[in-house]
Design a protein around this ligand. Structure first.
Ligand SMILES: [Zn+2]
Ligand SMILES: [Zn+2]
Length: 262
């Protein structure tokens, strides 16, 4: 109830440019917000997929801008993902699963593929990428703009190469680093070892090795209720004061460092 029940959808705004990481069920609220803000003007956004697991794509049919003829979406995914984005989005909207097919959408959708590890440039915004250890593969993104950096790394499971050297390099001196903290270390993680997720303790190791300013525990297990998440927050604060547990609707201003929660 307090930490949020929607699945992954993160908006990254760099001046007038709108980026969206994944279209989990949170994409519905984001789509409504973008429509309200646009006031009838065309919505243009760049959608970057970490991977194609259901919790990261299922909000796409409910992202209202795709039904507007004036909307333009540039959709990116990495080759480490075995599925092709267009196929996955099309399959989940295919008859009889959904009444409108992907090919019937009036908006301008452009699909792009990059190699995991490639650096993408969008004007004055640099987006670095890094492959992650996850069933079927996943991609971490580092956004750099106006001297600040935000890294989103989910979904990922740590390996024996811990802290992961490539991910640590991606996080170097970042302002904020959001990491897959689905499980808590110890008995719970051991039970789900190999499922492709990690713990905040492993994320903190990376944050410390990379000199990250503030760590964010992200991708909560749906069976963890508010009381459990309060416990995670307490333990995380004790281990690393200033670290955050992601809350749905949380907004971070990288220029001022201010954080607002609903
Ligand atoms: Zn996944
Ligand atoms: Zn996931």
């Amino acid at each position: 109830m307090r930490y949020g029940g929607n699945t992954t959808c993160i908006e990254v705004r760099c001046d007038g440019k709108i980026f969206v990481i994944d279209s989990g069920t949170g994409a519905r609220e984001l789509g409504n917000l973008l429509m309200r803000e646009s006031g009838g003007e065309p919505v243009e956004a760049t959608l970057l997929y970490s991977h194609h697991h259901l919790d990261h794509v299922q909000g796409f049919p409910f992202f209202v801008p795709i039904y507007q003829p004036t909307s333009k979406l540039n959709i990116y995914s990495g080759t480490t993902n075995q599925g092709v984005t267009e196929q996955v989005l099309s399959a989940q909207m295919a008859y009889p699963a959904f009444p409108v097919g992907l090919d019937q959408l009036p908006s301008d959708l452009n699909f792009h593929i990059f190699s995991a590890g490639e650096t993408l440039t969008f004007g004055d915004v640099t987006v670095r990428t890094c492959p992650l250890n996850h069933p079927g593969g996943a991609i971490a993104y580092r956004f750099e703009h106006r001297g600040h950096a935000f890294v989103q790394a989910s979904d990922v499971e740590h390996t024996d190469d811990h802290p992961d050297s490539a991910l640590t390099a991606l996080c170097k001196d970042a302002d904020f680093f959001s990491y897959d903290s689905t499980y808590v270390h110890g008995e719970e993680y051991e039970r789900f070892k190999g499922w492709g997720h990690s713990t905040w303790r492993h994320g903190l190791d990376i944050a410390e090795a990379a000199g990250v300013d503030r760590f964010i525990a992200f991708h909560h297990d749906p069976s963890h209720d508010d009381a459990f998440m309060d416990g995670v927050h307490r333990d995380l604060q004790e281990a690393s004061p200033g670290s955050l547990v992601a809350i749905e609707g949380m907004s971070i201003d990288l220029l001022s460092g201010s954080i607002t929660t609903p």
